[in-house]
Write a protein of this length. Structure first.
Length: 712
């Protein structure tokens, strides 16, 4: 037994782990459910984050929806709009001279409006009209008609900051900035700021303004634009140029601070990289062409900002200049056409005020309102920022985990309701976070709920199919075991019945009196056989507690006696028992341990049909008794070894005729564990098996007997 110490050392920890696992089996099953659900949730999270760019249109659509239902707030009082109404444009078209190229209204009238706004004390005038071509009306000395360009130039020359809009190439991805019409701009003695009117407009809905816009005008274009403040090849957008000028900066171009922020006139502004959402961007290359787009934090629906028609400006300039001063003094005034509507997130009716442009019936904003919202965002410092990717990962994972647990714990309809409630909760929270200027993506968590629900459903279906197969196999095994048990019980009962009939006949005829002792002995053996089978069934009942009758006896002596009895029943097998000369004294239930050892010996011979010598080793090391039963029989496959001690399970080929019920090894395991020990198997198919039992030498049980002795 010199090798026993190594075996015990390597098996002790695993045996205790197995005992702890059996004790805490329900909790471990819950832990496994949580672990498997977490794995499914993690997989769903990674997949959804990976395809987040595909969900971008849905995310932006939901953002528009949250903006639309968000309550309007008070706009910045520093922003005023002056609108060229559709009626002004239609009147100009009706009376336009043949050679006039003015687009919305005659430029001379536009100049009059600018001059009136300057006299009212406006801080900055933003002209949201692109002046590409000169107007030839009145350019010659012989032409006595009113000079359109001259009237606008005269208004621009008067003191007061005016920002002009640069012409742009229609393709925002390759922006090319043009200059205002040189015919009248070149005559300006005072340089004017030129800014870009471009707005970020993905999917046809304006959501922001690109703060860093780079164009590539030709050398000739730059030479022609020399009088203008065209800084290199970079222009500030109208909104940022107006904000900087309002603070006293002649013109400040936004500068990149980092990949997520730019700086302009003292304001640190969060920016968006592109029109797509990349939740895995920290682990993926950033977009090649960053747009540096500031999200416009919409104040309210159309009509939120005070918007005055040019007719009211010109009328009050003559009749009520004090009213005009009240409207415009120290304000940022944006002039442009209000009849041109742009698609924005806001829908619904406008708030009409006296003396202001009537926008009732409008469902989209004018360009002036879009620029006003952009300026208001910077002035009020109400920047809309999306949650960091790390926060979104946590939210998506949490939604997926809740879904996985719900699908596995609830029935189908309850799980669907739970999934719908999770999606609804995310949408509710996202809608209210927009009120706090926080953008919580809604579509990605919702998609993760659906995806994780489908994944968990498929996983649960596969698990249920596997469990159904296992239950079907157990049912077949139990049916076979039941048939075998019934057959085994019928044999001794039939024999008892037959022997009893013989004795009755003998008593009736007073014959065979000398054979009665032998008949009684045979009946006794059959009764013992039936009782043994019944005891085996009782031991294999997991609902029945094993009550041990503990005594102290020599385990080695018991093993040798059992080997003699078992070996006598086979002509092709022998059983050798090895152990120390002093024996192995142990506390335990003599009958139960005898049954367990007999079952192991019987199995060793039964599953070794060719016959041979079964080796049994018994010994002690420290406070532990060790017993091993070794054979070189059929062996057990690796697939069957984990379930070899399950009730009704038999690891034999389907075409095998070896009888058995599948409860023998289960009974051995119950008996050993009832004594505080453990049993393990080491086997290889076709090369035999080794069953090893480890038992404590002492039983600290209250009912333990103090009597000591050897096998009676």
């Amino acid at each position: 037994m010199s090798g026993s110490s190594g075996w015990i050392g390597t098996r002790r920890v695993t045996g205790r782990v197995r005992a702890w696992t059996e004790e805490h089996a329900p909790g471990l099953r819950n832990w496994r459910r949580w672990a498997s659900s977490a794995v499914l949730a993690l997989i769903a999270t990674l997949l959804i984050c990976r395809i987040s760019a595909t969900l971008s249109p849905v995310e932006f659509g939901l953002l528009n929806r949250w903006f639309a239902v968000r309550p309007a707030r008070q706009p910045s009082p520093e922003i005023v709009l002056v609108g060229i109404e559709r009626g002004d444009t239609e009147a100009h078209e009706a009376s336009r001279l043949d050679d006039c190229t003015c687009s919305a209204i005659p430029r001379r009238r536009l100049g009059a409006v600018i001059a009136a706004i300057k006299r009212a004390g406006a801080s900055v005038i933003v002209l949201d009209l692109v002046l590409r071509h000169p107007c030839p009306v009145g350019v010659n000395e012989d032409d006595h008609r009113e000079a359109h360009d001259a009237g606008l130039v005269e208004a621009l020359e008067t003191p007061g900051e005016v920002i002009l809009a640069a012409g742009v190439n229609p393709n925002p991805d390759s922006t090319y900035f043009d200059r205002p019409a040189q015919a009248f701009v070149g005559e300006l003695a005072t340089q004017r700021i030129v800014a870009s009117p471009l707005l970020h407009n993905p999917s046809g809905v304006i959501r922001g303004v690109g703060l860093i816009q780079t164009g590539a005008p030709s050398e000739m274009a730059r030479a022609l634009a020399a009088p203008l403040r065209l800084v290199g090849v970079t222009l500030a957008p109208l909104s940022m140029a107006a904000y900087a000028a309002h603070l006293g900066h002649a013109c400040e171009i936004p500068e990149v601070v980092d990949r997520n922020h730019v700086s302009c006139a003292g304001a640190r502004i969060p920016v968006w990289a592109s029109s797509s959402i990349y939740l895995l961007e920290p682990f993926m290359p950033p977009p090649r062409d960053r747009k540096y787009t500031m999200f416009i934090n919409w104040v309210g629906p159309p009509g939120t900002f005070p918007t005055y028609p040019i007719s009211a400006i010109l009328a009050n300039d003559e009749l009520a200049p004090d009213v005009l001063n009240t409207w415009l003094r120290n304000r940022i005034v944006i002039i442009g056409a209000v009849g041109e509507r742009l698609n924005t997130p806001y829908l619904g009716t406008s708030r009409h005020k006296p003396d202001q442009v009537d926008q009732r019936g409008s469902v989209t904003m004018s360009g002036l309102e879009v620029h006003a919202n952009a300026i208001d965002t910077v002035i009020s410092r109400r920047f809309l920022e999306p949650l960091p990717p790390q926060a979104m990962w946590a939210i998506i994972f949490l939604c997926s985990l809740v879904t996985a647990l719900a699908v596995r714990a609830l029935n189908t309809w309850q799980a669907i309701v739970a999934m719908a409630a999770t999606i609804g909760l995310v949408a509710f929270v996202a809608m209210h976070l927009v009120w706090l200027n926080i953008w919580l993506y809604s579509a990605t968590p919702a998609a993760s709920v659906v995806l994780c629900g489908l994944m968990t459903g498929l996983y649960s279906y596969a698990r249920s199919r596997e469990q159904t197969t296992a239950l079907e196999r157990q049912a077949v095994e139990r049916e076979a075991a039941t048939a075998t048990i019934v057959h085994d019980l019928k044999q001794p009962l039939a024999a008892i019945g037959g022997l009893t009939s013989v004795m009755q006949m003998a008593q009736t005829h007073k014959e065979l009196e000398h054979e009665e002792p032998e008949l009684l002995e045979r009946i006794s053996r059959q009764v013992e056989r039936a009782l043994s089978d019944i005891d085996e069934l009782l031991v294999a009942n997991p609902d029945r507690e094993l009550n041990l009758n503990v005594t102290r006896f020599d385990l080695l002596t018991l093993t040798r006696d059992l080997a003699v009895a078992q070996g006598a029943g086979s002509t092709i097998h022998e059983i050798e028992v090895h152990g120390p000369d002093e024996g192995v004294l142990i506390d335990g239930d003599f009958a139960y341990l005898a049954r367990a050892i007999s079952n192991l010996m019987d199995n060793a011979m039964k599953y070794w049909p060719d016959g041979g010598t079964v080796l049994v080793e018994a010994g002690a090391l420290g406070d532990t008794a060790l017993l091993r039963v070794l054979d070189q029989g059929m062996g057990i496959s690796a697939d069957n070894q984990p379930s070899i001690f399950d009730r009704y399970h038999r690891a034999v080929p389907e075409d095998s005729s070896i009888p058995g019920t599948g409860i023998g090894l289960y009974s051995v395991k119950r008996i050993v564990e009832a004594h505080g020990g453990d049993i393990e198997v080491d086997s290889e198919l076709g090369r035999g098996s080794t069953f090893a039992i480890r038992l404590p030498l002492r039983q600290p049980l209250p009912q333990a007997s103090t009597s000591e002795g050897l096998l009676p």
